[in-house]
Design a protein around this ligand. Sequence first.
Ligand SMILES: NC(=O)c1ccc[n+]([C@@H]2O[C@H](COP(=O)([O-])OP(=O)(O)OC[C@H]3O[C@@H](n4cnc5c(N)ncnc54)[C@H](OP(=O)(O)O)[C@@H]3O)[C@@H](O)[C@H]2O)c1
Length: 262
Amino acid sequence: MAKRSFAGKRVILTGASSGIGWYLASELVHAGAYVVITSRREERLRQLRVAFGNPQKRLIAVPGDISSPALRAQLISTCVQKLGGIDIVINNAGVGAIGPFAEAQPERLRKIFEVDFFAAVELTRLAIPHLRFGREPVACMVNSVLGHRAVPGKSEYCAAKFALRGWAEALRLELQPRGIDVVTVSPSTTRSEFFDSLVDTMRGAKSASLGSQSPQTVARKVMQAMKKRKPEMILSPAGKAFVWLSKWAPSFTDRMLLRHAV
Ligand SMILES: NC(=O)c1ccc[n+]([C@@H]2O[C@H](COP(=O)([O-])OP(=O)(O)OC[C@H]3O[C@@H](n4cnc5c(N)ncnc54)[C@H](OP(=O)(O)O)[C@@H]3O)[C@@H](O)[C@H]2O)c1
């Protein structure tokens, strides 16, 4: 099948104010797409438009909290009214937390699921009727290696990413007859602002990792996954090795995690 082109595509991108989302906005604009960008920090969205010169008004900012149903409806209506339809939805906004489940309040689980799971699922639900009429339509989920193998100290985040991956797997088959692709991409540790914005986490809490990637590299790989129509893609060699190890040597992986991740 031919590679997906981004020229002229009408995109909704969440979590555009920093990290992976910031560079995804850049990649998309340079590939010729028109992008409705969103996040809570309005000033960052303005800076993003300035940074890329916003050629031919390719970036349209709709600031707000993605856990709000009203904001999600506004994203859909903005894309349809200003760009004439929706071809691509990228659910990238995400938050995490560090710390043992038993010591956390129930709100931590709720907050993470609202952004990482429900917002992505419900935005996609609203987009599907428009994607049906889109050009090479795709719904892309920015997941995580921790949506393949859970680790101690991040139970709520892992649960949300597992849920998102499971839901996307079912949705992929449901939407296949309608010609809509569902792509799940799984970065491993990325040098973004993610660990500065953890919810309900003690300052200075550390996260163990097997190296890290730049958000530019991750954004390029997300573009590749959509371009090559990959259903699922783990984005780093370390992430692939970790998932492989946990599948074929689960007890060894448990011991390794107990030694290094808590
Ligand atoms: N960094 C990592 O190590 C890593 C590894 C694997 C997967 N990921 C995934 O990659 C995705 C992007 O994360 P990142 O690394 O680029 O982190 P980041 O720099 O912290 O970016 C997260 C983005 O999500 C937005 N966001 C968070 N809560 C929001 C809310 N309630 N409403 C609207 N927007 C919200 C943030 O914008 P505002 O704060 O302006 O709202 C920001 O634009 C996430 O889904 C994350 O789970 C990250």
